[in-house]
Design a protein around this ligand. Structure first.
Ligand code: MRU
Length: 351
């Protein structure tokens, strides 16, 4: 099993996703600042993985603290959370995880400092285990929607590497394959960071799931040729009305899916649903460094001085989304109702 991130006695250990697929190396963060840095630089990426990483980073900061009193520890917690919240703006799982750690702290306030620290470490570990269980539950729900055979297209990486394990969109594909479905995955390469060709293809090859990498601009033609029976992607934030922020290029795929009569599914945990955000226009979109677009493997691909845009995410309007697969069940339009109903129910996921 791929260990995306892990709590160890030495610190939080991450597989370095900037080096895959050619090098499988690991980074151990010993401080919360180092964890914030690996989130910012995308050594770890993918909404659920970012959330768990932040929780572990906060736990690490608490563990390293020399505070003698609860008030002092709280001041340090606030600083760490503030710093963690500045790493990446779009994936709501980051803010969900920070809030969960803060709320846990508040419930523990009356306890001795040593106990608070230990319980926050346990909470972060619990979030790791819960994420894997949620993905497996999502897989069980979503597998029923996958074709019994044929092509399934995905964009970016919403796999084990983007989560604590198993994956959201790739979890659905994994569960369908485990149920005996004969699926062939088409992985969009996902420019500019190449999460599809570098990461999705790497983890599916490890599992022996047949995979074809295509460049992003091939998706429409492949759909038109009848090779794709369904599309499944992940999400970084889902607004209350069902608008979905995900990796740049997802919107294009969704529109093409509609044009070609192909179901477009989004798989995401309830922690990705932001009911406080009414629609996609309110979702902050991260702008990343122009160099990700201008250079490939260190080589400049554009003329000097040309203007570049690099939004990391786009928003797919809910009207293009066939269904949203969560660990608590499948939501369909009208999403205002179905999502708020699912978000309001107790988790039935067993860890
Ligand atoms: O910039 P990234 O690599 O963090 O973006 C990742 C995505 O857009 C994923 O599709 C999304 O986070 C869902 S991961 C289960």
């Amino acid at each position: 099993m791929i260990q995306t991130l892990e709590w160890t006695e030495q610190g939080v250990r991450f597989i370095d996703q900037t080096k895959l697929p050619t090098e499988e190396t690991y980074v151990v963060c010993k401080t919360d600042e180092q964890v914030a840095e690996v989130i910012r630089t995308m050594v770890v990426r993918g909404a659920p993985a970012i959330g768990v990483a932040a929780a572990m980073g906060i736990a690490l900061g608490m563990k390293n603290s020399h505070a003698q009193r609860v008030g002092e520890l709280k001041q340090e917690l606030d600083l760490i959370c503030d710093n963690m919240g500045k790493t990446r703006p779009t994936a709501v799982n980051l803010f969900w995880a920070i809030r969960r750690m803060q709320e846990k702290f508040e419930r523990l306030r009356v306890r001795p400092v040593a106990q608070i620290k230990q319980e926050l470490i346990e909470e972060a570990k619990r979030m790791h285990a819960e994420d894997i269980a949620a993905n497996q539950a999502m897989g069980r729900h979503g597998a029923t929607l996958m074709p019994s055979e044929g092509g399934v297209l995905t964009h970016c990486n919403a796999g084990a590497l983007a989560t604590a394990g198993y994956g959201t969109a790739l979890g659905v594909i994994r569960a369908a394959v485990e149920a005996g479905k004969k699926i062939h995955v088409y992985a969009d390469e996902t420019r500019p960071f190449l999460q599809g060709s570098r990461l999705t293809a790497w983890e599916l090859m490890k599992d022996g799931i047949p995979t074809t990498v295509i460049s992003d601009n091939m998706a429409g033609a492949i759909m038109k040729q009848g090779k794709i029976g369904a599309i499944v992607v992940g999400a970084d934030r889902i607004a209350a009305n069902g608008d979905v922020a995900n990796k740049i290029g997802t919107y294009t795929v969704a529109v093409l899916a509609k044009e070609n009569g192909i179901p477009f599914y989004v798989a995401a945990p309830i922690s990705t649903v932001d009911l406080a955000c009414p629609d996609g226009s309110k979702i902050p979109i991260e702008q990343r460094n122009a160099r990700e677009v201008s250079h490939i493997a260190g080589k400049q691909m554009v003329p000097d001085g040309v203007s570049i845009e690099n939004p990391a995410f786009d928003v797919t309007p809910a009207k293009y989304v066939t269904a949203i697969i969560t660990e608590r069940g499948i939501a369909r339009a009208p999403f205002e109702e179905s999502l708020s109903k699912l978000a309001g129910t107790e988790s039935k996921v067993q860890v």
